[in-house]
Design a protein around this ligand. Structure first.
Ligand code: FE2
Ligand code: FE2
Length: 196
């Protein structure tokens, strides 16, 4: 069998087959949107970047103990292209895989995955509860408060920014810009009547 490029519809069906948790689906949509934004910025294949972002945590709800490994098994069974599978595995570099991010796509996925969580958490404590009017500065303030969104591994984000050779502020801005495009779907559009 040849490896056909998966479509977004196929990826979304697969995601929903293995995930019912609304928070996890919102995370997948957030990472997809940021990957799409960054693909455009890098002049790359937006659909491919987006689909990999959408599917990256496929196994997390049902097989948290086998995170990444189970996704590899599922996507291989679905005959997904090897480079898609490699990219997904690389987001768990040093945690659940030893697949080091190499391509621009892989480095971006690695860098933005955890950061979407910090951006979402920061948006939710703002008066507007929105990413639409949020700046990198707000996230940087929360960055320093290690007890805030303590589950977000700041070291991984820093390592990602290093791999990409970009400033943390630029990375944060990219994540905010990407998440704005799906703000409604991920519950971060906030209240338009309140600014802040
Ligand atoms: Fe993950
Ligand atoms: Fe993730």
């Amino acid at each position: 069998m040849t490896e056909a490029q998966p479509t977004r519809e196929e990826a979304l069906l697969l995601l929903k087959k293995y995930n019912t948790n609304v928070g996890l689906i919102k995370h997948a949509l957030a990472v997809e949107a940021v990957m799409r934004y960054c693909a455009r910025k890098h002049g790359q294949d937006e659909n491919k970047w987006g689909i990999i972002g959408l599917i990256h945590d496929l196994d997390y709800e049902k097989f948290p103990e086998q995170h990444c490994r189970k996704t590899e098994e599922i996507l291989t069974g679905e005959n997904w292209p090897a480079d898609y599978i490699r990219a997904v595995l690389s987001h768990g570099w040093g945690i659940c895989t030893d697949t080091e991010p190499q391509s621009e796509l892989e480095k971006v996925l690695y860098a933005v995955d955890e950061l979407t969580g910090l951006v979402a958490a920061t948006a939710l404590v703002r008066p507007s509860r929105s990413v639409m009017d949020m700046k990198a500065k707000s996230v940087k303030k929360k960055w320093k408060d290690k007890s805030f969104a303590a589950g977000v591994n700041r070291e991984i984000i820093e390592k990602g920014a290093e791999l990409l050779k970009i400033e943390l502020s630029e990375l944060i801005t990219d994540v905010i810009m990407g998440m704005r495009e799906v703000a409604d779907e991920i519950g971060l559009k906030g209240n338009p009547d309140i600014s802040g």
